[in-house]
Design a protein around this ligand. Structure first.
Ligand SMILES: [Zn+2]
Ligand SMILES: [Zn+2]
Length: 319
């Protein structure tokens, strides 16, 4: 039996959104997806008219959809795509091709930062270090630091990332489990500036699920990577997401309820409780960027020095 789209009633429905029990045609789905992003941007006042936005793009479904929707919905806002070449064999070349294609399609400038050229190491070099078993956490720390620094160095006003609803639910869930109150308070749809070199961060996809981002990218025919990162296969993040998807199978609006309860009800209480406990921000003696550590190199400088030291040792042993 052919089901018609719940919104237009004309086209055949091809997409089913379990959390809102909606069957939609591709056109209505894309329109509603773009509206959800605009709604999040407006609700959290993420973008103002004199902004100059940097978008962190990886070649994945989320950041590609984000770049496409923002550049379509906010035509007059200057947007620069920022991509970090991680130096992972095959995967990184593949991702780079996809972001180059994306930049052409949406006609926005692309800045590529190569770890190997700029810093002298690649992500696989972490395998031989103490980060060998937590590659994703080292890689994540490097990307977070660099996206902030590149945005700052380019003189942009904000950095937008493709974190979606599933990513946010997973991160919040993890912080609840660990009792990491600091992380719970820092995770926001819009994190304003807390230091002159700490760029404001926005997450316009916070209302979209993994599945919605994927379907959107596919129906829009956006260039997205088909390879997965060889190091992330068994990461804890992916395992936790699987667990949360099991909950959502039995309770379709679980993730949406969880997130809205957190931001509307719990976060204001946490903020009030913590208002006298603001963490101090210092500058790293090595790179000058903001850090919560006083008088010692920041986390980024520390992990970079560890990976470079190991590389030097290997090189001297080999030669
Ligand atoms: Zn329709
Ligand atoms: Zn530093």
């Amino acid at each position: 039996m052919v089901v018609k789209c719940k919104r237009c009633g004309v086209n055949n429905a091809e997409i089913y959104l379990a959390h809102s029990n909606l069957r939609l045609c591709p056109d209505c789905f894309m329109l509603l997806t773009e509206r959800k992003v605009k709604h999040a941007v407006e609700t959290y006042k993420m973008i103002s008219k004199d902004d100059n936005i940097g978008i962190a793009v990886s070649g994945g479904k989320d950041s590609s959809s984000l770049a496409y929707i923002l550049s379509k919905s906010f035509e007059k806002i200057p947007i620069t795509l920022i991509h970090i070449d991680l130096g992972i064999p095959n995967y990184s070349q593949h991702c780079l091709e996809k972001v180059k294609e994306l930049s052409k399609i949406i006609d926005r400038e692309l800045v590529v930062y190569s770890l190997e050229k700029e810093l002298g190491f690649k992500i696989p070099d972490f395998k031989a270090t103490i980060y060998g078993k937590k590659m994703c956490s080292a890689c994540g720390a490097i990307k977070r630091y660099l996206f902030n620094k590149i945005t700052y160095d380019l003189g942009l006003t904000k950095i937008a990332t493709g974190h979606n609803l599933d990513d946010t639910v997973e991160a919040l869930f993890n912080s609840y489990v660990e009792g990491n109150v600091g992380a719970l308070v820092r995770l926001r749809p819009f994190l304003p500036k807390t230091h002159p070199k700490m760029m404001p961060k926005i997450k316009p996809l916070i209302g979209l699920t993994d599945m919605e981002c994927l379907i959107y990218a596919e129906y829009r025919n956006l260039p997205i990577r088909s390879l997965g990162c060889q190091f992330s296969e068994s990461s804890r993040t992916i395992r936790r997401k699987r667990l949360l998807n099991l909950l959502a199978e039995n309770m379709p609006n679980f993730k949406h309820t969880f997130i809205s309860s957190h931001f509307r009800r719990l976060l204001p209480c946490l903020e009030t409780a913590l208002k006298d406990h603001e963490t101090k921000i210092y500058e790293c003696p090595n790179c000058g960027m903001p850090t919560s550590l006083e008088g010692v190199p920041c986390h980024f400088c520390k992990i970079v020095s560890i990976v470079l030291e190991k590389k030097d040792k290997h090189a001297s042993e080999a030669g």
